[in-house]
Design a protein around this ligand. Structure first.
Ligand code: MEV
Length: 321
């Protein structure tokens, strides 16, 4: 009798990008952070059986054994999954609108989409703990010491209040305001900035620890501000967070300039988001009209792309100028 393997012919998995509203870097040291899935950017992975492990993506197409170092996390993830489920070689096709290395959680989102596609292919039920187990291992290879926030935010559909190694909670982020996200167009290096904050914790522990604690306090206050629908207060907290992130050396002149442009154009607040030193910044606006003006000015000042997200009401839309 021919044995029919319990796998699908072809399977698909998806994930979205993410935005950290408050608490990046401090979250690595146990402070809380607020993040949300950013559904304007998406990644899809498709898996099917193949003669050999093969990756088809915008960054690399070829045998998995030959992926560049920057995709090692993906290679190891696929090997891990194949080994744990005794699965045959596969072809993995990835399409993504999440800009890579821009603090939008691209590496975590790719890992989420690939793990989802793989589990669906093997007809194995996806559980949140099982999914995060694989994604966090992949993220350790990509970023060295990830808090897990990117994995949590890119695999969900709701904003979360996240603390390292604790169960995280979905968190209603309904606020009268619009968030503008702007891509500097410069690749951020989360691995480097996380490592540099760690060395500041050794070389200048008092100052670094104080900044981390203050960032945690700002996140707690931001949660209160959101619960009370106080967009203006949230904006001030975002400004303070950016100053503290600067003191931790994770901003750069391009991010600082876009933050200034947003503030000059009546943003309630603005800060970098994610790993920093390149990547993206966010600004808070009172309403959609104000948000469109800010987004326009950010593009005039050199932002590679901008998006507007109404907080808690409608999905983000790309800005057409
Ligand atoms: C990266 O999106 C967020 C950081 O806090 C790193 C992490 O939490 O793993 C910079």
């Amino acid at each position: 009798m021919i044995e029919v393997p319990n796998v699908k012919e072809i399977a698909t998995g998806q994930a979205s990008g993410k935005i950290i509203l408050m608490g990046e870097h401090a979250v690595v040291y146990g402070e809380p952070a607020i993040a949300m899935p950013f559904s304007a950017t998406q990644v899809t992975a498709v898996i099917r059986r193949s003669q050999e492990d093969f990756l088809d993506s915008a960054y690399f197409t070829g045998p998995l054994t030959q992926v560049p170092q920057s995709l090692n996390n993906l290679k190891e993830l696929i090997y891990m999954l194949r080994q744990d489920f005794a699965a045959p070689p596969l072809l993995c096709t990835i399409t993504s609108t999440i800009p890579a290395e821009r603090g939008m959680g691209s590496s975590a989102a790719v890992a989420v989409a690939v793990t989802r596609a793989f589990l669906a292919w093997q007809q194995v039920e996806e559980t949140p703990a099982g999914l995060l187990h694989y994604v966090n291992q992949s993220e350790k290879i990509a970023h060295g010491n990830p808090s897990g926030i990117d994995a949590a935010a890119t695999s969900g559909t709701e904003p979360i209040l996240f603390e390292r190694d604790k169960p995280f909670h979905a968190f209603p982020l309904k606020l009268d305001g619009c968030l503008i996200v702007a891509d500097t167009g410069v690749k951020g290096k989360t691995r480097d900035t996380v490592r540099d904050v760690a060395s500041l914790m050794t070389t200048n522990p008092q100052q670094a620890q104080r900044a981390i604690q203050q960032l945690g306090d700002l996140t707690r206050q931001a949660k209160e501000a959101i619960s009370a629908n106080q967009a203006r207060y949230l904006g001030l907290l975002m400004n303070e967070a950016h100053t503290l992130l600067q003191s931790l050396s994770v901003s750069d002149p391009t991010l600082d300039q876009l933050v200034q442009v947003a503030r000059r154009n009546n943003a309630l607040g603005a800060k970098l988001t994610g790993g920093g030193r390149g990547g993206c910044m966010i600004a808070l606006a009172t309403d959609a009209h104000n948000a469109a003006i800010i987004a326009n000015q950010l593009e005039n000042a050199g932002a590679a792309a901008t998006w507007i997200q109404r907080l808690g009401y409608t999905p983000a839309v790309p800005v057409s100028l």
